[in-house]
Ligand binder design. Structure first.
Ligand SMILES: [Zn+2]
Length: 412
């Protein structure tokens, strides 16, 4: 965007960069920013000023941070696209269309938060940062990773007490293919903070906090790429690389049969039949990973992402949970926003039909299905209708599941 940087200006900016009061704990490697395509979406603009508090417009704060961040990113070799670089109105659709057209490596929507007067007046009001990552992202763990990196970096934002990391459904972060973040660094409640936020020093501080988050995201991606293949996007799945996570604590025979079928076809399986944590069926093997990551999440977030984290631990890209509930009909459920889940469900429905078991598709949003790293379905079989103690039937059902997985993988 800005090509006016001379060597002198670059040297000066770098000096500013490294003399910032942000604590750069470890020596930071910025080489992974080179040639990355980053889209900065400065919220609001023009007649849409967003929040207005203490005579300061949110749209101005957003643009100031984005323009400052742009300078650092370009200096470090990233390519930057701005949805706006002046005080003008840009519709949410235009922003989202630009994202889908350019398909950047990372999309960041920059905002500042507002709430009601009562929210600010409450005795226990404490300012905090909100980090939203796309709840629709249908690839690997990139979106959660980006969320965690922003979460980590913004813990050091001046005058702000805590950071909340949440999945978001805002228009601009609904891409299924681009990791997308929407940031609300602070609420524009306290006059002192809002006035301070218009100063060049604070704008630089905020932009550098963004830079730190973005940089650590690309560093983490490259570290992961060098090690575990857990970032292989779903599009890269094939029968050779897929691992299938089977989860059916109610029926050990079922698991064993399914596993041997899948293994015979060179599809790795991971079986979970341990019970931990309030019956949520978390395997002992993954507990330590969960505990280390737990503090990053709000309590209600933990449950939502247990499955995503678990699948990362085993590199499984497909989860099939099977439950046996005599009170419920025979159904297959997938997360209601996941196209891949619906595709796998369709294959399951078809194959079950062929063996005389009618299962219905039931979109759901409960936590076990909301994994963002794996295609997840839950099949419920009513044992009054399906005799799971009959080994022949168990084998037939497992063949149906296995063939559905194959069909799904081949048609992807
Ligand atoms: Zn806003």
């Amino acid at each position: 965007m800005f090509k006016f940087f001379t060597a002198a200006a670059a040297a000066l900016t770098l000096a500013v960069l490294f003399s910032s009061n942000i604590s750069w704990a470890a020596p930071h490697k910025y080489s992974n920013l080179k040639n990355k395509l980053i889209m900065l979406d400065s919220g609001h603009g023009g007649e849409d000023s967003g929040a207005v508090r203490h005579e300061v417009k949110e749209s101005h704060l957003n643009l100031a941070a984005a323009l400052e961040l742009l300078k650092y990113l370009e200096l470090l070799g990233a390519k930057v696209i701005m949805t706006r670089d002046s005080d003008r109105a840009v519709s949410l659709n235009e922003r989202f269309d630009a994202l889908e057209t350019h398909k950047p490596d990372l999309f960041i929507s920059l905002h500042h938060n507002d709430a009601s007067d009562n929210f600010y007046k409450a005795d226990n009001f404490k300012n905090y940062t909100e980090v939203y990552f796309s709840s629709l992202y249908d690839g690997g763990l990139e979106n959660i990773t980006s969320g965690l990196c922003f979460y980590e970096a913004f813990k050091e934002l001046y005058k702000v007490n805590s950071v909340k990391l949440k999945p978001g459904y805002f228009k601009v972060i609904r891409s299924k293919t681009t990791p997308s973040i929407l940031m609300e660094p602070f609420f524009m409640g306290e006059e002192g903070l809002v006035k301070l936020a218009t100063s060049p020093a604070y704008i630089r501080h905020e932009a550098l906090t963004y830079l730190k988050a973005i940089n650590s995201y690309f560093n983490r991606l490259s570290e992961t790429a060098a090690g575990e293949p857990s970032f292989t996007p779903l599009a890269g799945l094939n029968a050779e690389t897929a691992a299938v996570f089977l989860n059916a604590n109610a029926c050990e025979t079922f698991l064993q049969t399914a596993a041997s079928l899948l293994n015979a076809a060179d599809i790795k399986t991971v079986i979970n039949s341990d019970n931990f944590m309030d019956g949520r069926n978390i395997s002992r093997h993954y507990i330590s990973k969960l505990l280390t990551i737990k503090n990053h999440f709000e309590t209600d977030m933990l449950a939502s992402y247990i499955e995503a984290i678990r699948s990362n631990a085993v590199s499984a890209k497909i989860h099939i949970s099977i439950t046996f509930n005599p009170e419920a009909p025979c159904t297959v459920s997938a997360y209601y926003r996941s196209d891949n889940g619906k595709k796998l469900s369709a294959a399951l429905i078809n194959n079950f039909k062929q063996i005389g078991i009618d299962i219905e598709f039931q979109p759901a949003s409960f936590y076990v299905l909301s994994s963002t790293s794996a295609v997840t379905t839950v099949i419920n079989l009513n044992p009054r209708r399906v005799n799971i103690n009959d080994k022949h039937i168990v084998f037939t059902i497992n063949s149906a599941v296995y063939n559905a997985v194959k069909t799904y993988l081949i048609n992807k």
